[in-house]
Design a protein around this ligand. Structure first.
Ligand code: SAM
Length: 218
């Protein structure tokens, strides 16, 4: 097991791992590996777009530990569980609107004190902004038509000036009627107009052909 360029992410060949914050427990059927008395969880790029993005080689600061993060579209907590492993001292607020997924998230959070689930619609940040306060990092993966607006409004509500964000843009959810390149260009412009400087753009390789990851700084 070797350290990677991203803090607290470990590698064995092409495989990515995080240190399991709850040893002996799997979250989504991932592999567990014990090395030198430490247990690591495999981070599957077919299941987590963030793992797929790391395999595209983004810079180390992408995963620099924040004090607090807001995760929109946490679903069952697959990716959020790895952020929980990576950032033990952070408060990671995880918003999900589907009650069935939220039940899984809640069960996960019982064993991970840095994961703070919120049952809410990310289209309505005013409902949870007081609970979340000012955050350092915004992550979004909601696959909605208005996903850029949702990201902008949550950034305006909660992301501190200088804070970082990562938008997993599902291009085809925005519209089927324009070429993908045009949708990405328009999304970047909309983010920039909202004061979110786009600092990186990556496709996710073979793992998720419909998504483009956009890294921003407010
Ligand atoms: C692709 S899944 C997310 C997978 C997850 N990010 C992961 O990597 O483990 C998208 C999730 O976004 C949620 N979602 C969609 N629109 C939402 C909204 N407006 N507010 C909150 N959650 C939303 C869906 O219910 C679904 O669980």
């Amino acid at each position: 097991m070797e350290p990677s360029r991203w803090p607290e992410v470990w590698r064995e060949g092409r495989e990515l791992y995080t240190r399991n914050a709850v040893p002996g427990t799997k979250v989504y059927g991932e592999a567990l590996r014990s090395v030198g008395g430490v247990e690591y969880r495999g981070w599957d790029p077919w299941r987590s777009k963030l793992a797929a993005l790391l395999l595209q080689g983004p810079p180390a600061e992408l995963l620099a530990a924040p004090s607090s993060a807001l995760y929109l579209g946490a679903a069952h907590g697959t990716t959020a569980s790895h952020l929980s492993d990576l950032w033990p001292a952070a408060s990671i607020y995880a918003v999900e609107k589907a009650p069935s997924s939220f039940a899984h998230l809640l069960a996960l959070a019982r064993r991970r004190s840095n994961l703070l689930p919120i049952l809410a619609d990310a289209q309505l940040p005013e409902r949870y902004r007081a609970d979340v306060g000012e955050i350092d990092f915004l992550y979004q993966d909601v696959a909605q038509r208005d996903q850029v607006r949702i990201f902008r409004e949550n950034a305006e509500a909660s992301l501190r000036p200088g804070g970082r964000g990562l938008l997993m843009l599902k291009v085809r959810s925005v519209t089927q009627r324009k070429p993908a390149g045009a949708i990405v260009r328009e999304s970047r412009t909309a983010l920039e107009r909202a004061g979110l400087a786009v600092q990186g753009e990556w496709t996710l390789g073979p793992f998720s052909k419909e998504h483009v990851a956009l890294a921003v700084r407010r």
